[in-house]
Design a protein around this ligand. Structure first.
Ligand SMILES: [Zn+2]
Length: 421
């Protein structure tokens, strides 16, 4: 079995740094077990007894730190890196061997000392964060580290960010925070949190590296893997979905048919509606099942269907909890819709990027090999300038939606701009 870093595609520098840190963390634990250095942050001049085996001045915690931020474009593997590092910290060999119980339970999501926060809605709230910080302060049951992984840390509310900051400022000795965010821009992560963390930048993995992992790990045929890796523009998860899921391929084809369909104002509005509705349908398919299961589970927990004397009163109190659940589910549905729409926009941007590089005669491979002919025709018609304006219209639409402009309005404006050029 390959080790825990095997799926981190095309990120050699980051993997080297994380391996070194995991080894340092293991050294801290060994020193702690021998009662020489009690903990990560307390290591240093306050130690009463100098380590017998380590040379004077050598800090066993060098190379390891208690707060990390993984940054990189979507699909570059931020959360993959964070989970792999968490596994390496819990690995009994301190390496992330991929075979020991520490590695296996962490990668399987069942390790008792690894908490994973995956925001389902638009933001991570303060109550969720407070509860998390509190639990993260307890002694690790496995004797190694308490690890908190926060995916999409850019979706923390301000209050939640403050709760997290307090924990990062005064970290419990055996707690490690792993944050994932698109970048360290203040819009994504507060400057004060950033200043307390070590940053691990991930890059967009090259298509060849993505194709290689699809073949090796997922058993996908090399030619399909090669195509999917290019079409997904370095997004590993998206490449896998394209290679495996015919529905995802169909949706992508529909998006790439948009430039052909823009023949007039009416057609532009139709195309906008089609794009929005496709995103809604995709999002609904992805959340409906979990919504139903959650509601049923909550109702059972609250004693729905009970006939005892307490049942009626319990149901009255339950109304508030159900309302809370509905609010959460609605927020999650909105997020899923935006994500689906964003994927479509990235595909569309790839098409106009192809037209632009062809108009410029740039010696680079097209993103979408299957619509290269169409992009070539566009390049002739629009020239570099017209292609660039269209590419910019797609990117402006993404930015507008990110800034909370109503998706339909942003997409309609984009379609008109794509039609008019
Ligand atoms: Zn291991």
């Amino acid at each position: 079995m390959p080790d825990v870093f095997a799926d981190l595609v095309g990120q050699d520098e980051a993997v080297t740094e994380l391996r070194r840190a995991a080894a340092a963390a293991a050294a801290v634990l060994r020193a702690g077990a021998a009662d020489r250095a009690p903990a990560l942050v307390a290591a240093g001049p306050t130690s009463a007894v100098e380590p017998a085996s380590a040379p004077a001045g050598m800090d066993p915690s060098a190379g390891m730190t208690h707060a990390w931020i993984f940054t990189g474009p979507p699909g570059s593997g931020r959360s993959v890196a964070a989970r792999a590092f968490a596994a390496a910290l819990q690995c009994v060999h301190g390496t992330g061997c991929g075979e020991c119980p520490g590695c296996r339970t962490t990668m399987g999501g069942t390790h008792a000392d690894v908490r994973l926060v995956v925001p389902e809605g638009l933001s991570i709230g303060v109550s969720e964060m407070r509860a998390l910080v509190l639990r993260a302060a307890s002694t690790p049951s496995g004797g190694r580290w308490q690890v908190v992984v926060i995916e999409d840390a850019d979706r923390l509310t301000e209050a939640a960010g403050n709760a997290l900051l307090k924990a990062i400022e005064e970290p419990p000795p055996r707690t490690v925070f792993l944050l994932c965010a698109p970048s360290t821009h203040p819009d994504d992560i507060s400057v004060t949190i950033r200043s307390r963390c070590r940053v691990v930048p991930l890059r967009q993995p090259p298509a060849d590296a993505v194709a290689e992992v699809l073949v090796r790990r997922d058993g996908i045929a090399p030619d399909v893997a090669q195509w999917a890796a290019a079409a997904a523009q370095g997004h590993v998860g998206r490449a896998r979905r394209l290679a495996r899921d015919p529905e995802a391929r169909k949706r992508r084809e529909a998006v790439l048919a948009v430039p052909r369909r823009l023949t007039g104002v009416g057609a532009a509005f139709d195309a906008a509606s089609a794009l929005i509705e496709a995103a809604e349908a995709e999002a609904e398919a992805s959340v409906t099942e979990s919504d139903t299961t959650e509601r049923a589970a909550l109702e059972t927990a609250l004693g729905a269907g009970g006939t005892g004397r307490g049942a009626a009163g319990a149901m009255r109190g339950a109304a508030g909890q159900l309302k809370e659940l509905e609010k959460r589910q609605k927020s999650r549905a909105t997020r899923a819709q935006r994500d689906a729409l964003d994927r479509a926009l990235v595909d569309l941007a790839g098409f106009y990027r192809d037209a632009l590089t062809m108009a410029l005669g740039a010696p680079v491979a097209p993103v979408h090999t299957d619509t290269a002919a169409l992009a070539g025709a566009g390049a002739q018609k629009w020239d570099a300038e017209g292609s660039l304006r269209r590419l910019e219209a797609v990117l402006a639409c993404r930015a507008a939606i990110e800034a909370n402009v109503k998706p339909r309005i942003a997409v309609e404006a984009m379609m008109l701009a794509l039609w008019k050029g």
